[in-house]
Design a protein around this ligand. Sequence first.
Ligand code: AMP
Length: 249
Amino acid sequence: MKALVAVKRVVDYNVKVRVKADGSDVDIGNVKMSMNPFDEIAVEEAVRLKEAGKVSEIVAVSLGEKKCEETLRTALAMGADRAVHVETDAKLEPLAVAKLLKAVADKENPQILLLGKQAIDDDANQVAQMLAALLNAAQGTFASKVQIEGEEALVTREIDGGEETVALELPAVISADLRLNEPRFVKLPNIMAAKKKPLEKLSPADLAVDISPRLNTVKFAEPKARQAGVKVADVVELVEKLKNEAKVI
Ligand code: AMP
């Protein structure tokens, strides 16, 4: 059984991103970039499924600029067998990403497609759902547990007030939530070995996918600075301030 894992190169989660002075975009020149944290969890899950004998091959896919190769090498060091890089400098919207991943899936015929539940840069939370729709495949989003039983994937998802387990017919699209697993620490020998693993290059044109943007971003803005709080002596003072200063009661 083949697993396809989508990994996105994003600004590292520790970096505080600044908005460009003209509000046209965020400034990510010279900031640390890493694999999207939820995608690391997706790769880890694929590797665990392989270690459990459920998956025989893991193909990591990344779409974007040349440096996505680094992200793919990390996925290979974690345990993916080979990588596919769809190289483009164009800004990819979620629909274009889903169409490109579908085109790669059509070539590769994976039984399991693992993605992160959301990319921490655009916070879209759209690609897995769109990909499942384009492939006409079952979807298990926000997975906190994945089990493969014969021709089905049992996906446990956290919902309001509890957990839900859905049985998906394969092939299926699964998006990883934070609680699915804790990704392994990558060791140096694995980083070295990953350099020799195959990395295929494709372009959106090779896949005959139209990636032209459908959205027009109006502006980017920093969140409003929060005012410092004050300590109140007692409930009476709190109620007085809520009534007369904040005017919320
Ligand atoms: P999003 O819907 O944009 O929040 O992204 C959800 C998931 O789609 C991510 O966690 C990745 O697994 C996948 N994804 C999004 N963009 C890319 C990309 N450029 N390359 C590879 N995978 C991507």
